[in-house]
Design a protein around this ligand. Sequence first.
Ligand code: FAD
Length: 514
Amino acid sequence: MLLVRSFVVLLLRCITVNMNLCFSTITSSFNTLPLDGHFNFEEVHHAARDFGNRFQSLPSAVLHPKSVSDIATTIRLVWLMGPRSELTVAARGHGHSLHGQSQAHRGVVINMESLRNTKMHVYTGRSPYVDVSGGELWINVLHESLKYGLAPKSWTDYLHLTVGGTLSNAGISGQAFRHGPQISNVHELEVVTGKGEVINCSEKQSSDLFHSVLGGLGQFGIITRARISLEPAPVMVKWIRVLYADFATFVKDQEQLISAENAFDYIEGFVIMNRTSLLNNWRSSFNPQDPVQANEFKSDGKTLFCLELAKYFNPNELDAVNQEIRNALSQLRYLPSTLFLSEVPYIEFLDRVHVSEIKLRSKGLWEVPHPWLNLLFPKSKIYDFAEEVFGNILMDTSNGPILIYPVNKFKWDNRSSVVIPEEDVFYLVAFLSSAVPTSTGTDGLQHILTQNKRILEYCETAKLGVKQYLPHYATQAEWRAHFGPRWEVFVQRKSTYDPLAILAPGQRIFQKAT
Ligand code: FAD
């Protein structure tokens, strides 16, 4: 601490002499901090990129921490410099943001994956859990907990994301209707605040910080450790897809399914427009060994809605599970002869998007612009939305999948920072487009961005009460509107935990005062 203080005195003296000189002095002087890890000032370009592939802000330095103390020391230094330095700090998980959210223009990016050396610890007693580093990938959390026959309860569709990254948003997938998002399945966090303090927090201890950080878009602290709730892991999964031509029937069946306690373990859905090859989409690791009656089904270019379900089971339960599935399916009103069924190991089901990633990477189609749009819709407005968007604005789904599925609001904790619609049931609608970099046609970036803009304008004009998920806005006024009545609390939390607005500048919510 003493070393950091004397260092800051030196820097501040320097700042008053010459701003430009000092900027390089500040960053290169990070090297003299007592760290277990190290700074890199040359190889910083990868930290200026993300999955969205549209926003690029070059940092001055990348910290590769080997301990929590490395992160705390670095942030404390920036905090002690005060508003006279323009330095900001961004945690970078796996860099899978869409709009530069884990970037820091001329600031410090903390490569959270370097912290992964901390061993995961699985507790197998009553209410099992796993303790993991904030930079750990969910796929590794899965592998480790499976060694004990356990697994986290709530997932994202893609597992090559970090724990700290998804907990800063929410972490939503087909299990959320039952278990809530990933942020509803965390017992405890270790956090480094914007003042460089290391704080353990939970429901019972520093609970305001705990709730602030969950869904907090990285604004209040850096998650260095998380305790995640586990359940017994199944061995196998029955993976089912059925089709609907009628949107109202599709969503009614989805809503009925999420209100039933035991029917399925995973419920999602997606839209198919103007496609004849029904199984061929971005998430096509689905490969029905037993396309019950439907392998020859042709959509003839119509818009169809695909309900995707999964039922977990162990081999000794097969007969009972088959019976349960038959019963549950008999109550649904999908198109006769459109039942696709597959049976896969649990790990293969959860890691399904990675199969598509490998295919797309091999064709050079992974590192392209991703102008994704994720929206949360109140249940009562989903029909209006579908009519306008699938009937008017969009012509096809060839630029990427459109997911649509409901979740139960009571599984979300309203003390967390994430903003969701008012009603008891709301839908995640995700337009997961990929753009062809050089195209000026309907598969080009400009065309997709224009479509996204039309969708957002329609939602705004029709006052649908929609909230963006993985939100992105250009102005603070828009952020204020996004948070609505919760804006004041968000600002209050910021002034408590990161008063100089050092953290996560790439979200563009607050600007560091200089
Ligand atoms: P980053 O993108 O690196 O960081 C995200 C934000 O969190 C940044 O502001 C960053 O500064 C901050 N941050 C990162 N680490 C920490 C930390 N340890 N402490 C505090 N702040 C931190 N999301 C879903 O909910 N459901 C899905 O099904 C889903 N599927 C996806 C599929 C793909 C192919 C991709 C690319 C993304 C998907 N996502 C999904 C979105 C994903 O949750 C976000 O991209 C999220 O940002 C996680 O990515 P990351 O770990 O790379 O974090």
